[in-house]
Design a protein. Structure first.
Length: 88
């Protein structure tokens, strides 16, 4: 197995588990290739958990991440996302 496959497979499977099909995941990776290198436990899971805590359901989370995949990979949850939402 390649290093890329080792890091991307868990991310793809986790996104599939959120209800996203492979075409949605492919769209996300095309928009934000760094997504496949993101860490599940440190980046992806906490951000999705927080999105659900602020009131988004699974389909809304899937739509948001498909449209704006950089939200779960390039912004700090504590330093950027939470303060911005609190400001709103």
């Amino acid at each position: 197995h390649s290093r890329l496959e080792e890091t991307s497979k868990p991310v793809v499977l986790w996104l599939n588990g959120l209800g996203m099909d492979n075409s949605q995941v492919a769209k996300m990776i095309t928009k934000f290739p760094q997504l496949i290198g993101c860490r599940l436990e440190e980046n992806l899971k906490p951000t999705v958990r927080w999105l659900k805590e602020v009131g988004l359901d699974d389909s809304q989370v899937a739509k948001m991440l498909t449209t704006h995949p950089h939200l779960i990979g390039s912004y700090s949850l504590e330093k950027t996302l939470k303060p911005r939402v609190q400001w709103l």
